[in-house]
Design a protein. Structure first.
Length: 299
């Protein structure tokens, strides 16, 4: 456990982090960074990053750290700064840097109803948060604008650490990725992204986004509740709806078993559709980091 430090008169406990995954191509060097993009996801439970070579169209790095405690924005900033990559890889001159962060504080505005000058008015639909900045990022595939709040200290720290990075919420990458690679215009599609303590759910009909949300979800029984609630509330015809899974789920685990209680057509997303995975990354299930790698679809 790391030492206690003072910040703005408050004592905070810096997060220690377990390294869950660390795969970096032996050929990747700082001089190659200019042709690569860096993608980072700040999750509720983990920090993930990937490096994509945009010239060769292949994955160069995939790394994940586990956050060992419930984090505050300030402790998350300190955790990011404590990563060894902050002294090395994150300082490389990447072509682009894109950062997503998990958040419950967002609202969608349909493109046809959106007015640029009304962003602050739209943000009033979001739960009030002290010292928050408002970001407005389009999700072109769904024809919506995503208005999201981010802690002001965290937002400033990310800009100081990463410079002119694109910063957006988890919804942008998830929806863009599945819209690009998995929607069929004549069918209903149900997408579930499963993690240790939360899930994302998106539902489409005729390629149109009808529902998206992110929920606290700590076990398979809670997942079962959310699936059943979506089926009933959205009127999903389970016999004629495909299901795609991503995140921390494998065939026949408890989460998968809850899904197959209701659906027959179940598949896993595949991030190698977005970027080639060299042999070094074969040990990684290609659906596990689909939302992270889907940042490639965001601009």
């Amino acid at each position: 456990m790391k030492e206690l430090k003072k910040y703005s008169g408050e004592t905070i406990l810096l997060l220690s982090m377990n390294k869950l995954l660390h795969l970096i191509d032996d050929e990747f060097q700082s001089q190659n960074a200019a042709k690569c993009d860096l993608f980072i996801h700040l999750g509720f439970e983990t920090i993930q990053y990937a490096i994509l070579d945009k010239v060769r169209d292949e994955l160069k790095a995939l790394v994940e750290y586990e956050l060992n405690a419930a984090w505050s924005p300030i402790s998350l900033i300190e955790a990011i700064k404590s990563l060894p990559e902050c002294e090395k890889e994150f300082k490389y001159p990447f072509n682009k840097i894109k950062i997503s962060f998990d958040s419950y504080q967002f609202t969608f505005i349909p493109k046809e109803l959106f007015t640029e000058g009304n962003v602050l008015e739209y943000s009033k639909f979001i739960e009030n948060t002290d010292a928050a900045d408002v970001l407005c990022k389009p999700i072109p595939a769904a024809k919506i604008q995503n208005i999201v709040k981010i802690n002001s200290d965290l937002h400033l720290a990310l800009k100081n650490i990463f410079g002119e990075a694109l910063i957006l919420s988890q919804a942008n990458a998830f929806i863009q990725g599945i819209s690009k690679y998995y929607l069929q215009s004549n069918e209903a599609s149900f997408f579930i992204d499963i993690h240790g303590k939360h899930i994302q759910i998106a539902y489409f009909e005729n390629s149109n986004l009808l529902f998206y949300n992110i929920f606290d979800c700590v076990n398979a029984d809670e997942l079962n509740y959310f699936i059943l609630n979506c089926i009933e509330t959205l009127g999903i015809d389970v016999q004629n709806c495909s299901v795609m899974l991503s995140g921390k789920v494998v065939k026949d685990d408890q989460s998968f078993q809850r899904v197959e209680k209701y659906f027959d057509a179940i598949q896993f997303t595949d991030s190698s559709l977005i970027v080639k995975h060299p042999e070094k990354f074969n040990e990684v299930l290609k659906h596990s980091y689909f939302p992270l790698i889907s940042l490639d679809q965001c601009e």
